[in-house]
Design a protein around this ligand. Structure first.
Ligand code: KG4
Ligand code: ZN
Length: 397
């Protein structure tokens, strides 16, 4: 059995290539990537189950685990092949410990443990939320003038999470520390996108659909009175900047009912099922009529998106000001949203606050971010114990 290694001891297993294989299976993407020194992505393979879950309008946990099991071996093989490396070249293996679906996480963890054992390499356990943040850090390491100044305020906004963290660290080899200063009290922002899309008979995941459609609507058409949670003191007397997104979802449902939109939504749901695998943009431009995308629906989507983005901005910039953040980092699947990006950038510029996003392809779940987050931890000798387990509710800070 390997005993814990202290920081000062040499690490006999170290190959010295700086290559880490990242593995991510926390939700509905089976992903593997090889990243050198937390900086250079040699491969980044993502096998998405979205088309399968689309039929149910959301992720079915049991099916997700089974799909991970089917795909994990070929996905890892492909990650190594694309990177042109062998198992023997790896310095370490990194895997998502949580948060996420228990059965889904277990597939990645069990595979990673077995692999680490077989090739005698250390295993590094990564918090998925820190992974999203490190998608930005990884890209910042490649740019000497990266706009990350500490403390960084990080908004992690995805299908399962809407969190604000105040983070301290560096973009070299520092292990960052986090303090949670805001979270959603009910639905995550991405969950609201997914539920509203489902409510309107659109495809899954809903975010990309609404992102593509909202530009064709009038964002002032439906005046949503967003339930903004006032900054308040948490249990430890620190001021918190929390979010709530279930209210706007219910408001959309009420609007749909009041405006008699249900029959066309039923017809749209059937039409969208035909395009389950089609890319959103394609479905949009080619099939707008077939999908019954009338002005009222487009206005509703535009108004919904604008309200969600507005609320994310209000809380985030208020927190940045309160905590004296020196830069802002926005990551997670919803950070792919075009309106969110442009409005956050405009407001950050207005305030003179540097802002960073991951590139769009690294915003949604991937394993490159997991390998990147593992680099400082690996350097610090923070190797996972052999008893490491799936942690579905794992917190960050
Ligand atoms: O980070 P992610 O891939 O998985 C989780 O950790 O949850 O985020 C997925 C979420 C989904 O809710 C999806 O609808 C949303 O991100 N999303 C978007 C966009 N692309 C993905 N939301 C709004 N606009 C987008 N372009
Ligand atoms: Zn995620």
């Amino acid at each position: 059995m390997r005993r814990p290694i202290s920081n000062s001891e040499p690490r006999p297993w170290q190959v010295g290539t700086g290559l880490i294989l990242g593995i991510e299976t926390s939700c509905d993407e089976t992903a593997a990537a090889v990243v050198r020194r937390g900086t250079t992505v040699l491969s980044n393979i993502v096998s998405s189950q979205a088309a399968m879950h689309a039929a149910y309008g959301g992720v079915v946990p049991e099916l997700a685990s089974r799909e991970h099991l089917r795909h994990i071996v070929p996905v890892v093989r492909e990650a190594l092949a694309v990177a042109r490396v062998d198992f023997a070249d790896l310095d370490a293996i990194a895997v998502t410990e949580g948060p996420g679906l228990a059965g889904a996480l277990l597939v990645g963890i069990l595979y990673a443990k077995a692999l680490a054992f077989a090739i005698d390499r250390p295993l590094v356990a990564i918090n998925h939320l820190e992974g999203h943040i490190h998608a930005v850090v990884m890209e910042a390491r490649r740019q000497p003038d990266a706009a990350l100044h500490f403390p960084v305020l990080a908004l992690v906004v995805s299908g399962g999470h809407t969190h604000l963290y105040l983070a301290q660290g560096g973009i070299g080899n520092d292990v960052w520390t986090y303090t949670n200063v805001g979270r959603t009290v009910d639905d995550a922002a991405g969950e609201a996108f997914d539920k509203v899309a489902k409510l309107l008979g659109l495809g899954y995941p809903g975010g990309p659909w609404i992102d593509s459609l909202a530009v064709h609507g009038n964002s002032q058409a439906v005046p949503f009175h967003f339930h903004a949670i006032k900054a308040r003191e948490g249990a430890d007397a620190a001021i918190r900047f929390d979010f709530s997104f279930s209210g706007i979802k219910s408001a959309v449902a009420r609007y749909v009912q009041a405006e008699g939109m249900l029959p066309e939504i039923g017809a749209r749901r059937l039409a969208v099922a035909e395009f389950a695998d089609a890319r959103v943009a394609e479905a949009m431009t080619m099939h707008r009529e077939a999908l019954l995308l009338d002005g009222k629906t487009l206005d509703l989507l535009a108004s919904f998106q604008a309200a969600v983005v507005g609320n994310l901005m209000r809380q985030t910039f208020a927190a940045a000001e309160h905590f004296g953040a020196r830069s802002l980092l926005v990551c997670g699947g919803v950070a792919a949203n075009r309106e969110l990006r442009s409005r956050f950038v405009a407001e950050a510029e207005r305030r003179g606050l540097p802002i960073s996003f991951p590139s769009v392809s690294l915003s949604t779940d991937n394993a490159a971010m997991i390998a990147a987050a593992a680099w400082p931890r690996y350097q610090a000798g923070l190797v996972a114990p052999e008893s490491m387990n799936a942690a579905p509710q794992l917190k960050l800070g």
